[in-house]
Write a protein that binds this ligand. Structure first.
Ligand code: ADP
Length: 377
């Protein structure tokens, strides 16, 4: 699997930056259970005016100490999955279908809705037409099933004049080791990152599976996702202990009637990233191997935070090499990619510190510039 970071320049978007959407989830039982005394909320989404979506929220502690934040969008707890998809990922997927690279990344404390946003109800696509197109997904479907639906809808509508090839790669970064989630024999083989001047950073030996339909892709993802390392922590009954990144590559070539005409191939790579929880080790009350996991998660997310801080302040050195996560995300962080970050937060005041830290990270991301270019290969 290769992500092209040194494409030929066909058309470029020189002046864009990472888009940041904050999503606030509704209160859940854990919020009441973890509240020290009475349950209090610390996040207040400032209502939008007219048809404009909200961009502002305030964070308060003990009804005082108010901090204001502005993002590209703030999604309140009443926002349904279909509306979330429309504002978080739809444009990026359109860009990928034009030949740009795109990244959709969820960042936040455990239990705040990263997996809900990225996966949601993935295995429950209801209507499937004869060609394997996903006709309708469940109301709870997240970014992945909806993106797959959008991609294969586009293919079905354009297949007379264009030839498409879609490939899927799916990787897990657990304790700073990279694994292939499409590896059927579950050998647990550790893969390594390589870098070349032509292709940039890539995972050597990562499976790139050709998929023939939306349902084919989602079936594979449903099975492969069960290989992700999950565990119970004090934050959540079942939380993701690894970062996962899915790459959906869409390659397209016009069907030529003139054999002498040039045959340009465009390749857009969609990276969908579900990061492990960003809470501090002390918050998970982990021990033994769980503690080791938590430390590794913290290390890689600190490295991510440091890179974003360096990129947003414009400081010369960006420490992308400090972790495998940041090396893997080199393009998504200010490189040849259109990136949207969905920062998820819970409403409860007992998680004030984690929420504040997520919002600070998200604010810094707003200043990270990217320079996506259509990939002609
Ligand atoms: P994370 O991946 O950040 O650890 P999850 O996605 O597992 O968190 O969410 C924790 C719980 O909260 C799940 O039960 C999930 O269904 C619920 N949840 C998260 N976000 C929302 C939302 N926007 N609306 C309704 N329920 C949500």
């Amino acid at each position: 699997m290769v992500r092209s970071s040194r494409p030929n320049s066909a058309s470029s978007d020189e002046h864009s930056r990472i888009r940041v959407v904050v999503r606030v989830r509704p209160p859940i039982q854990e919020d009441y259970d973890h509240s020290f005394e009475a349950y209090e909320e610390c996040v207040n989404v400032i209502p939008h005016t007219g048809d404009n979506p909200s961009k502002f929220l305030t964070l308060t502690r003990s009804h005082t100490d108010e901090r204001d934040f502005m993002f590209d969008l703030v999604l309140g707890s009443d926002i349904q999955q279909s509306s979330m998809y429309g504002v978080v990922a739809e444009d990026i997927v359109n860009d990928v279908l034009q030949g740009f690279n795109g990244t959709v990344m969820a960042y936040g404390q455990t239990g705040t809705g990263k997996t809900h946003t990225i996966f949601g109800d993935i295995g429950n696509f209801q209507g499937i037409n004869a060609s394997g197109r996903v006709d309708s997904v469940s109301a709870k479907a997240g970014v992945i099933p909806r993106a797959v639906q959008q991609i294969f809808d586009h293919i079905e509508q354009n297949q007379e004049e264009t030839e498409f090839q879609v490939t899927l790669s799916y990787t897990q970064l657990y304790k700073e080791n990279i694994y292939d989630l499409l590896d059927e024999d579950r050998s647990g083989k550790i893969l390594h990152l390589r870098e070349s001047s032509r292709t940039g950073v890539y995972v050597d030996g990562l499976t790139a599976l050709a998929v023939t339909s939306g349902t084919h892709l989602l079936d594979i993802v449903s099975v492969a996702s069960k290989r992700r390392v999950m565990a119970g922590t004090s934050m959540n009954q079942l939380s993701s202990r690894s970062h996962v990144i899915m790459f959906i590559t869409v390659e397209q070539r016009p069907k030529q009637t003139d054999p002498m005409a040039p045959d340009p191939v465009r390749r857009g790579v969609l990276a969908i990233v579900d990061l492990a929880g960003s809470e501090r080790v002390s918050k998970t009350m982990s021990e033994g191997s769980r503690l080791d996991e938590a430390k590794k998660i913290n290390q890689s997310l600190s490295a991510l935070g440091n890179c974003v801080a360096a990129l947003s302040s414009g400081s010369g050195h960006v420490p992308l090499r400090d972790s495998k996560l940041t090396r893997l995300l080199t393009d998504s962080l200010g490189g040849n990619t259109k990136t949207v970050i969905c920062a998820t937060v819970g409403p409860a005041e007992c998680n004030y510190d984690e929420t504040y830290s997520t919002l600070l990270f998200a604010s810094r991301c707003m200043n990270v510039r990217t320079h996506a270019t259509i990939n002609e290969v």
